[in-house]
Design a protein around this ligand. Sequence first.
Ligand code: UT7
Length: 334
Amino acid sequence: MNYINPSPIKAAITAVGAYVPEEKLTNADLEQIVDTNDEWIVARTGIRERRILKDPKKGTSFMAIMAAQEILKKSNLDPLEIDAVIVATITPDMNVAATAAYVASEIGATNAFAYDLQAACSGFLYGMSNASNMIACGRYKKVLLIGSDKMSSIIDYSDRATCIIFGDGAGGALFEPSDSGYGWEDEYLRSDGSGRMFLNIKGGGSLFPTSEKTLEGGMHNLYQDGKTVFKYAVSEMSNAVQQIIERNEIDREKISYLVPHQANKRIIDAIANRIGLPSNKIMSNIEYFGNTTAATLPLLLKDYESKLSPGNRLVFAAFGGGFTWGAAYLTWAY
Ligand code: UT7
């Protein structure tokens, strides 16, 4: 495959926005729910607290809409100009009826087509590829990508190996044709379906439709074999980042930031170590939000936005259920 962008048009991120619920779930709170403790969680994951969308009447779309509205406001954008809305999520409001269609309607993007993208923790990374290539083909001018997950809706809070990691949140980015020459440079995306036994929700799909049996077995909750996922995440994300660095001949010194999916601080540290990047070049906020699945990458961009300037070199990496993973290279445009 020829990875060099064959199009004269390059897509750029021109605005970012995010939303996290007010309510915090701290390690001390979790100590009251399952047999765990703050010391173990911090040492094994780096997480101190997560945000939880408590209101049962609010789903993933609520957070996505909040993030989208921030983007509209910041970029002074008329929603009627948006060509497409993509929502990366594994916790759609409903299994059928794309959350993205609802988000588009609610923000007034009535000229847009909209769809959900399900690639778990790689959802935003894959979505950036979709959005960038839609712009690069020349047919679309404004693509809104949101990563939003209400992870608390699929977590078994009696499973201490899983519930300590995840939190709720949303973030997004607007993609437009670049007028500075900076933007989406390269992507290396992969998947391996044999990994689906290690990270999944088995119930409620066509293989195991919802039944008393699936409910009794907790098959509607997220299951993960943490150790196996950890191992694959470190090796595949490191390899993907190496591929991106080598084939774009990026001098490590000139990487402004690695933007890694926030699943576990030990995974992030292991990748940084393998790549040879110092901690001040690694974006991280896992301490405060935990793993928000499709929202981790845009939440990082929002948190670090004020530190970025045109031409900064960002290397993204993610790994998630499927398995899905990859890395991408973007030069910051504002
Ligand atoms: O976003 C993509 C999806 N997910 C991931 O990338 C997650 C990847 N995996 C992980 O982050 C880690 O595997 C976990 C954080 C889930 C678990 O950490 P670990 O270091 O792999 O722990 P472990 O499962 O090997 O368990 C070690 C010990 C066990 O006790 P024994 O058998 O050694 O006595 C567990 O029972 O720690 C115990 N343990 C806990 N102890 C206190 C497991 N969870 C907890 C807990 N609190 N919450």
